[in-house]
Write a protein that binds this ligand. Structure first.
Ligand code: HEC
Ligand code: HEC
Length: 140
């Protein structure tokens, strides 16, 4: 009697712990992160992506390909669009500039990241920084 009660308690505990793990695991995670931390929170990823939109003056579909799944707008994990690949290179470059020349301790996507140089430093709300330069030359 005593033993079976103990086993029951143990089972109940195991189920409780297993459920707890299942619920605290962050969804099914992101599928295709090569620069950002793979365990980045939804909140931090959202901040980085909205930062890209603002810095380049674009919407999410500038870098993300349309989804083939009916009812889904964009396929965020897909690498089909060249702009996404360029953006990865830009992320690497931005992280490197901060680390190497500004002795930065944080990188894009870190919680409370402090970055001396960000996408907007060059892009100023345009996907093509050099177009801005041409506009300035035309004004002169
Ligand atoms: C300037 C290009 C650019 C823009 C604009 C952009 N993204 Fe991204 N996004 C990327 C890149 C690059 C990655 C992959 C980062 C990596 O490899 O670490 C990514 C990754 C993601 C992922 C992770 C997908 C996965 O499962 O791997 C999500 C979700 C996402 N973006 C959502 C958005 C949303 C929502 C917006 C608009 C608010 C947005 N992105 C705007 C470039 C962009
Ligand atoms: C040091 C300056 C600088 C920084 C910082 C920078 N970029 Fe760029 N980026 C450029 C220049 C210059 C070009 C234009 C290259 C060209 O058109 O040949 C460019 C082009 C791009 C393009 C291609 C646009 C297109 O239409 O083909 C994307 C996407 C991009 N940058 C994303 C980013 C993102 C995202 C960040 C931040 C993680 C970033 N850039 C940070 C200078 C910068």
């Amino acid at each position: 009697m005593k033993i079976s009660k103990r086993i029951y308690t143990l089972l109940a505990l195991t189920v409780f712990v297993a459920l707890g793990i299942a619920f605290t695991k962050p969804d099914d995670g992101y599928k295709n992160l090569k620069i950002l931390n793979k365990n980045i929170s939804h909140e931090e990823l959202g901040k980085v992506m909205h930062g890209f939109n603002d810095a380049l003056g674009v919407k999410c579909d500038f870098c993300h390909a349309p989804s083939k799944t009916p009812g889904e707008h964009l396929d965020f994990a897909s690498d089909e669009k060249g702009e996404k690949k360029i953006a990865r290179e830009m992320m690497k470059m931005t992280n490197k500039i901060n680390k190497k020349f500004f002795h930065g301790k944080t990188k894009l996507g870190d919680k409370d990241a402090v970055m001396a140089v960000v996408c907007a430093t060059c892009h100023h709300g345009s996907p093509h920084p050099e177009f801005e330069k041409e506009e300035q030359q035309q004004k002169q």
